[in-house]
Design a protein around this ligand. Sequence first.
Ligand SMILES: [Cu+2]
Length: 286
Amino acid sequence: MKRALLRVRRTVSLTRALAAAATASAVAVASVAFAGPPRPAPGHDAHAAHAAMSEDDMRRSIEAWFAKRPELRGDEAAAMLGAFGDTVDARSFDFDSGDPTSDIDTAHVFVGEAVLWRRQVGIHTVTNGEDSNDPNAGTMFNANLNATSTTFAFTFTSPGVVPFYCVPHEFVPMKGYVRVRESVSVTPVGPFAKRVGFVAAPAPNPSRSGFSFRFALRDAGHVRGDVFDASGRAVTMVLDRELEAGSFASSWDGRRRDGVAAEPGVYFIRLRGPGFDESRRVVVGR
Ligand SMILES: [Cu+2]
């Protein structure tokens, strides 16, 4: 959310705020029919409506919600042990996953990865669903985010788009999406070769449409493949799983974590497993 909006919000009169509340409700009800990202944010007057909502009002709306749908924190303990595919910050009136162009952000993970929500300020919930009219609201996860519960993590196990929102701020709207993609497949192609790690360089190279490569494990273990750009920034993850000893084929489709094609340029595919940690240079062509 743009900072300027917060400033505007503080100057709006109560009368205007109440009018905006009515508009915001209408917008929220109308929007139920349109599932899936990305959608333009409704009128920013909705923020004004929430200037009129006291902290007690918010607490009451959260309590009423949890009386209807119990808190559901999911497999947080397990998620805490792993790396997070993406993080979402809960700010005053929005969820921010780092997209500066939109008030309604999308977090990106692969199947098996967790999203970590972090409370920056305020009292919120992290509730799955488009809004409280969604029959599935709060059935997958439904967690408090406040001064005592400052983080929430959830591991996504199937591909798709999962909407989420904040109960006391649903009409702002304070919401977002998690897009869950299948990680690139790994295919066993034979017994262990002469060496571990890369056994066939990424090809074709350069390429505009992705790179295939082969690797081998002498011992069973965890293999992680990541793609970095020339300046060392992580671009995406290509594999992250337990494998038996043997030879395998895998690939990078030339896309970033968010599914957008990587810019032309130099990248490195880094492969880490039992007894190896090596990188191969690839060029995404124009
Ligand atoms: Cu909120």
